[in-house]
Design a protein around this ligand. Structure first.
Ligand code: SF4
Length: 386
């Protein structure tokens, strides 16, 4: 089984997106401007180092005009912008990244180029193979360097840095070249900064990746690819076919008269209308409740009678515990915890889909459980269009 790092990270980001991209082989329907600009910048830096292999140092002007030519050639109508900026702003940002990089690293002779846009393909274990593309591999004083260009506008701290991708590439380098000393280099182009990490071994990542692949394989077996809504959805190329957004695209493409007749559109509006009325009634109910309590206090009664119903007003005191952990410890120490703690069935249901619970226990639980579909409906405000 062959896996690419991008497949694994896509699955983590959103299993449904993974399904669309890798299992159904559906091509993205649109592309976000950030990744479009990132591709053009990568191409320019690849050209810079490829020409250097032929003893040609590109001038900055040459490189910028190559970038702009590629920009013009590849630009099409399906490029979308999420933030409130123009496409031209992004083109200029890419130019700036190339310019800063060029001026910082000129004459580009810090290490010997070993490979550019190198496709790697190697076994993680006897079952799984991994492939990916390394932006640049270089070598200096016997140390191999894995270079990766990032055009993200977020500069991570060392604690936040996700080493996974480059650590896999480092393992690949050990396989490919028998490299012993390997340094990982991230170029954060928007900040004109690089982050370097050098470890004795990157083997720690192998098991992590194998676990993630097994998770994907289990999802494939069980057909479970839930759509995972996150801030990244704004940048997702699959929105028009994602269950979270496709209805929005459908009604946006309809004429106003057609939209007014559309079942889903009408049902949501009716549901909202009813929710509003319920909220109004709830507010009135709360008001009456307060008045009933006042009445009960003032008149020293606990039962208040109407025509067919009566209301009971009960006054009693309860305790509030400020620190749950201390309470837990105390009860445990005194052997009373079991008596007052409750089993969390929601957490248990979730855990059944992971490896937290050993399979022999899962089998025993299966004998006494049944799967039920839970359906919840929430009303939510639409995001204001930019
Ligand atoms: S829009 Fe969001 S939930 Fe839908 S496929 Fe893309 S990332 Fe997943």
């Amino acid at each position: 089984m062959i896996y690419s790092y991008s497949a694994i990270s896509t699955f983590e980001n959103c299993p449904f997106k993974f399904k669309l991209a890798y299992m159904d082989k559906i091509k993205p329907l649109r592309k976000n401007i950030e990744s479009f600009m990132g591709s053009r910048v990568h191409e320019a830096l690849e050209k810079l180092y490829r020409d250097k292999l032929f003893a040609k140092i590109d001038s900055l002007e040459e490189l910028i005009s190559f970038y702009n030519e590629r920009w013009e050639k590849e630009m099409h109508g399906n490029i979308f912008v999420v933030k409130g900026y123009e496409i031209e702003n992004y083109r200029k940002m890419g130019e700036m990244y190339i310019r800063d990089y060029y001026n910082t690293y000129k004459p580009f002779d810090d290490g010997r180029i070993i490979a550019l846009e190198k496709r790697i393909f190697f076994p993680l274990n006897e079952k799984y193979w991994i492939n990916g593309i390394i932006d640049r591999i270089s070598e200096k004083d016997g140390v191999y360097e894995v270079h990766d260009y990032k055009t993200s506008l977020y500069f991570p701290s060392l604690n936040e840095l996700d080493e996974t991708q480059l650590a896999i590439y480092a393992i690949a380098l050990q396989n490919l070249y028998g490299a012993e000393e390997i340094e990982l280099v991230w170029h954060y182009l928007a900040f004109n900064k690089e982050i370097r990490v050098r470890k004795k071994s990157y083997e720690y990542i192998r098991e992590e990746i194998i676990n993630k692949i097994e998770e994907i394989e289990n999802a494939k077996k069980n057909g479970k690819f839930p759509a995972k809504e996150s801030a990244l959805c704004d940048y997702c190329e699959y929105q028009p076919i994602c269950p979270l957004f496709k209805h929005h695209y459908k009604i946006n493409e309809m004429h106003v008269e057609e939209v007014a007749e559309e079942d889903g559109f009408n049902l949501v509006n009716k549901y909202w209308e009813i929710e509003r009325k319920i909220d109004e009634l709830e507010a009135i109910k709360e008001e009456i409740k307060k008045k009933l309590i006042d009445y009960a206090r003032k008149n020293e009664v606990e039962h208040i009678y109407g025509s067919d119903k009566m209301v009971k007003v009960k006054f009693y005191k309860n305790f509030y515990f400020r620190d749950g952990e201390i309470v837990k410890k105390l009860l445990k120490k005194e052997g009373l915890y079991e008596r007052f703690s409750r089993l969390d069935f929601v957490a248990l249901s979730k855990a059944l889909e992971s490896d937290v619970i050993p399979s022999y226990i899962k089998e025993k639980l299966k004998e006494i459980m049944e799967e039920r579909e839970i359906i919840r409906i929430y009303l939510r405000d639409l995001k204001r269009e930019e």
